[in-house]
Design a protein around this ligand. Structure first.
Ligand code: HEM
Ligand code: HEM
Length: 171
């Protein structure tokens, strides 16, 4: 199998993998207690959080590369080019009761792009917490917690927008 084929197979599964891992990490985070470091008698969910989290960090990086590939970054981050027109059309449409379309440079793609950025920030702050000295760990833990909460906010909005589409499908 060529490298390109392997990449295509992985790329096709990235959304599902990131989704499953993120949902498990977020839902089990109440049972994670680590503070400054992963202690020797850490529980299963703390161990899972660190090693599952490190794997998810790699998946997040691959997902970010995938959605930026071949100029696709223009779709997910149109605000970098100050291209706000599709977003405006979507927002005006929502006020008139129209569901925003996926695939363009509008609301859905912008939310998805912000989601990727938040997931990368959650992942990076988690990884830095793992590698820094004990003295700095609590600071990075608090950054990680803030970004994790924003990321949960993204998941809820992204889920609701997705459900809106399913509703449209049956209308
Ligand atoms: C990339 C996917 C990850 C997600 C979605 C995620 C999510 C979360 C969430 C939701 C919390 C609870 C935040 C709160 O208390 O408000 C948390 C806490 C935490 N996470 Fe992650 N995390 C991820 C990766 C990592 C990684 C890679 C590490 C480190 C190797 C890590 C280390 C921590 C630590 C130290 C805490 C605080 C636990 C405590 O002591 O209470 N996370 N994470
Ligand atoms: C809460 C569970 C989730 C559900 C039900 C869900 C559902 C969906 C659906 C239906 C689409 C297609 C919509 C479209 O074409 O615009 C989509 C796309 C997307 N989602 Fe999610 N998603 C979830 C979690 C996540 C997570 C955790 C991320 C991580 C950042 C994410 C990032 C994306 C991105 C970047 C896209 C557009 C690119 C692609 O389709 O691969 N989603 N999602």
């Amino acid at each position: 199998m060529t490298l390109k084929l392997i990449w295509q197979k992985i790329a096709a599964k990235l959304h599902a993998l990131v989704l499953v891992m993120s949902v498990i990490l977020v839902c089990t985070s109440p049972w994670v207690l680590m503070g400054r470091q992963l202690s020797e008698n850490a529980g299963f969910w703390s161990l899972f959080h660190v090693y599952g989290g490190l794997i998810t960090a790699c998946l997040a990086l691959l997902f970010a590369i995938k959605i930026c590939f071949k100029g696709q970054w223009r779709q997910f981050f149109p605000w970098l080019l100050l291209d706000f027109n599709p977003l405006k059309i979507d927002l005006v449409g929502i006020v008139k009761g129209r569901t925003p379309m996926s695939g363009g440079k509008g609301l859905l793609s912008i939310v998805e792009g912000i989601g990727i950025i938040l997931l990368l920030l959650v992942a990076v702050t988690g990884v830095i917490w793992y590698f820094v000295d004990l003295g700095d760990a609590l600071t990075w833990r608090s950054y990680h917690q803030i970004f994790a909460q924003c990321f949960i906010g993204f998941m809820i909005i992204h889920l609701l927008l997705g459900l809106l589409h399913i509703k449209d499908f049956f209308d």
